[in-house]
Design a protein around this ligand. Structure first.
Ligand code: NDP
Length: 444
């Protein structure tokens, strides 16, 4: 049995019932075969076994009291996956679906994503099965303070720097940071995505969505094309989706559909983003409202049907496994040319195969949504240097980083004989730097 297959088999045996982690590891390790074959010394150093085993997993109790005086207990997680190239870095997700498997898949992906940014950041991820929906501000604060009362001992500006993810936005980061500062008596860059008044970076909020569009623009440009007049579907209506829509529209694309977890809206005249922002960011309401406010727009409660709308470019920006094989086949049949992943692992392995085998330009999450973490690393640089860059400076750096990522994954894919296959290109380009660093640092 080949080395990669042996490692995967063992991983599944040692980590049973972790379906998402198995899925991410299978995608990554399978693409690394050509690199592993070139480097027999990796097997001798058990490099892959170490690569798929987190350096540290912290799981803890998060007790908190709701507004009625009732005590609740949630699970807290921080997976410090790999620090070969820099301090652990990766978001915190608060969502009822969170479990160890999901945090581990996100952490594993994060190692390669962070490497692709070209910045010195290792991979980590964390979160809780706490659901912020429907909670009062005081309840959110109580939960965040309790979460940080345990997490603080494991993180630090040079050790592990968490950020936001699903369910963790500016409000949650503020409460988490306040509690860290209170316990440690340190005002340092221990979390990113902070507010501008206390050490945050301009353009961090926009970064993942804008970055997704910048890398898509590069892929289009390389094929003599542009976003102008392209029909685009963006799933989700959270942080990534909203700012992807904003930038896509500013470059002349027509975004016709978006969703939240209760259904999608289709607006053949093009989504009016100010209305989406009002509903999602200001009112915290359901996207269904959009159809009630905009004439000609339709609502459908079945999220998956969003992929039956014909489009040139599909951008899944909500959550894992949103596009399965059947949805991918419908997208292809309807003429999709580009798929760029804003969310983490939104396409199943089968869906990815459908896209690649049909010649769709497929930009995988670890490359396409790396703009968020890259800008978090720019926030870390500003914090430690006591500097504050303008929106334009940060945005220009983000654009350069996304262009470099595109060029690097394109080059790696070509070098290994898989031209145009960016799953191979991203995994290989991200892995090589981490592998070199791990080999140089001995058996640790
Ligand atoms: P938000 O919490 O801001 O938004 C998430 C969106 O996805 C909401 O519209 C939500 O709908 C929807 N959603 C969540 N779960 C489901 C589901 N099961 N079915 C349908 N819709 C769902 O999160 P972000 O925008 O920050 O993150 C979105 C994705 O992007 C995640 O995969 C995240 O890991 C990834 N990502 C985020 C980065 C960032 O900088 N924020 C960086 C890199 C990746 P509802 O409101 O109804 O729950």
């Amino acid at each position: 049995m080949k080395y990669v297959e042996k490692v995967l088999k063992n991983l599944k045996k040692q980590n049973p019932r972790e379906a998402e982690f198995h899925q991410a590891a299978t995608e990554i390790l399978t693409s690394l075969s050509p690199v592993i074959e070139k480097h027999p010394e990796y097997e001798a150093a058990a490099l892959l076994e170490r690569f798929v085993e987190p350096e540290r997993v912290v799981m803890f109790r998060v007790p908190w009291v709701d507004d009625k005086g009732k005590v609740h207990v949630n699970k807290g997680y921080r997976v410090q996956f790999n620090s070969a190239i820099g301090p652990y870095k990766g978001g915190l997700r608060f969502h009822p679906s969170v479990n160890l498997s999901i945090i581990k898949f996100l952490g594993l992906e994060q190692i390669l994503k962070n490497s692709l940014t070209g910045l010195p950041i290792g991979g980590g991820k964390g979160g809780s099965d706490f659901d912020p929906k429907g909670k009062s501000d005081r309840e959110i604060m109580a939960f965040c303070q309790s979460f940080m009362t345990e997490l603080y001992r494991h993180i630090g500006a040079d050790t592990d720097v968490p950020a936001g993810d699903i369910g963790v936005g500016a409000r949650e980061i503020g409460y988490l940071f306040g509690q860290y500062k209170r316990i440690r008596n340190e005002h340092v860059g221990v979390l990113t995505g902070r507010g501008i008044s206390y050490g945050g970076s301009l353009a961090r909020k926009e970064a993942t969505g804008y970055g997704l569009i910048y890398i898509t623009e590069q892929a289009l440009k390389a094929r003599g094309d542009s976003l102008k007049n392209k029909t685009v579907i963006i799933s989700g209506s959270g942080n990534v989706a909203i700012y992807a829509c904003e930038k896509a529209q500013s470059l002349g694309a027509k975004v016709v559909a978006m969703y939240d977890s209760k259904g999608y809206v289709y607006d053949p005249d093009g989504i009016k983003l100010d209305i989406v922002k009002q509903i999602k960011e200001v009112e915290g309401a359901r996207i269904k409202e959009y159809a009630a406010r905009v004439s000609g727009a339709e609502f459908n409660p079945d999220c998956r049907k969003i992929w039956t709308i014909p489009c040139d470019i599909a951008m899944p920006c909500a959550t894992q496994n949103e596009i399965d094989e059947q949805s991918a086949e419908i997208l292809v049949k309807n003429g999709v040319k580009y798929v760029a992943e804003g969310a983490n692992m939104p396409s199943t392995l089968e869906a990815i195969n459908v896209f690649i085998s049909n010649g769709v330009v497929f930009l995988p999450a670890k490359a396409a949504n790396a703009g968020g973490v890259a800008t978090s690393a720019l926030e870390m640089a500003q914090s430690s240097g006591r500097m504050f860059w303008s929106f334009e400076e940060v945005d220009a750096k983000l654009k350069t980083i996304m262009t470099d990522i595109y060029n690097n994954i394109d080059k790696a894919a070509k070098e290994y004989g898989f031209e145009g296959n960016y799953v191979m290109g991203a995994n290989i380009a991200g892995f090589i730097k981490v592998a070199e660093a791990m080999m140089a640092q001995g058996i640790v």
